[in-house]
Design a protein around this ligand. Structure first.
Ligand code: ACO
Length: 330
């Protein structure tokens, strides 16, 4: 009897720039120090792309790696979903630039989604819906951020947290036992103001005044974000475990958004899942928002931490506030 159509992650890829910004470097830029950053966040360094690089360049590099692992070419793709809050331009979609740069044909629908750090999970959920209903066979889901372009390097509350990077996943139609088991997405729009970029959009277009007041940079209420992150990431994990009747002990790996080691520690305690089973790379890359989960997944895959039959839980939360989960059998 044929089993149901599923989307399986057949390839992963990532890209980070060579440029490293360490905590010691930041000590020379803002009033901070390595001890404070390490203790409060777990971050030691982050990658910063050079000026001529755009988000689509990093996204294209990550997608090429993922396609190679999947054994596919650009013309096999039916869809490119690019999750980013740092697009190349407001118009057109960064995904369209990625399509051009990897050389995919016009049969491939390409569009962006903005769900901040949860963006890649929103992308998996959309790709999974198209694949399960037979409307797409191979979909590239990319998370990419060039956050260094929207950070205020005079604001120590934010500039120490983030880095640049890209991660990509190829989801392909399959009828086996492995693949995406579930996705759950949530947003609380009453919390838009705790993490946002005030100016540069239709609500407050860029002007000399907004630039003067540094309103085109990320602003964040860190303590509020922390509180909601712990609660909602744990909630998202529980929803995914319940929906699949999977116990926390049965999880092989948790690929969580790499925001802050204290957030992940608190989430691991709430779930009763040891941090050993979490992929951790925030020490080296900081918070790369939309890129965070696919970048961590790619490191795990290429580092030999993922095996056939593994049950993997992905959870992420970011500006919106938007959050979600994806449960995957490898
Ligand atoms: N270096 C030194 N001191 C600093 C720095 C810094 N980089 N940043 C803030 N401080 C100071 C503050 O000014 C404050 O000083 P004061 O007491 O004299 O006023 C003091 O440190 C404590 O500030 P808090 O904001 O209370 O520090 P907290 O312990 O909450 O840590 C942090 C701040 C790390 C931002 C924490 O709130 C956090 O991790 N929040 C989550 C934010 C996050 O991860 N955002 C990413 C986007 S959303 C996501 O990915 C989940």
């Amino acid at each position: 009897m044929p089993t149901e159509l599923r989307s399986r992650i057949t390839g992963t890829g990532s890209y980070v720039a060579d440029g490293v910004l360490t905590n010691q470097d930041l000590e020379r830029i803002v009033d901070t120090n390595d001890d404070w950053i390490t203790e409060r966040t777990g971050i030691k360094e982050r990658r910063i792309a050079s000026r001529e690089v755009a988000s689509s360049d990093m996204a294209a590099a990550a997608t090429r790696n993922a396609l190679e692992m999947a054994g596919l070419g650009p013309n096999d793709l039916d869809m490119i979903i690019c999750a980013t809050v740092t697009p190349d331009r407001q118009l057109p979609a960064t995904a369209a630039y990625v399509q051009r740069k990897i050389g995919a044909t016009s049969n491939c629908a390409s569009f962006d989604i903005a769900a901040a750090c949860a963006g890649s999970l929103y992308g998996i959920s959309i790709a999974d819906s198209f694949i399960r209903t037979g409307r797409a066979k191979h979909v590239a889901v990319i998370g990419v951020e060039l956050l260094s372009r929207v950070l205020d390097y005079k604001d120590r509350n934010t500039c120490v947290l983030f880095g640049d990077g890209a991660g990509a996943m190829i989801l392909s139609a399959d009828q086996g036992e492995s693949g995406v088991l579930s996705t759950h997405l949530f947003t609380d729009g009453s919390l838009t103001d705790i993490l946002h970029i005030p100016a540069g959009g239709s609500a407050l277009p860029t002007s000399a005044e907004t630039v003067e007041r540094r309103m085109h940079y990320v602003r964040m209420e860190g303590r509020d974000v922390f509180k909601y992150a712990v609660k909602y990431l744990a909630d998202a994990a529980k929803v995914a475990l319940d929906a699949n009747a999977i116990g926390a002990d049965d999880l092989s790996l948790v690929v969580a958004h790499q925001a802050n080691i204290r957030i992940l520690d608190a989430v691991s305690k709430r779930l009763g899942i040891s941090l050993d089973r979490f992929i951790l790379n925030l020490e080296r890359f900081g918070n790369t928002s939309s890129a965070s989960v696919p970048l961590a997944l790619d490191e795990a895959v290429r580092g030999g931490r993922v095996h056939s039959g593994d049950t993997i839980l992905m959870i992420a939360l970011g500006g919106g506030i938007s959050w979600g989960s994806a449960m995957v059998r490898w």
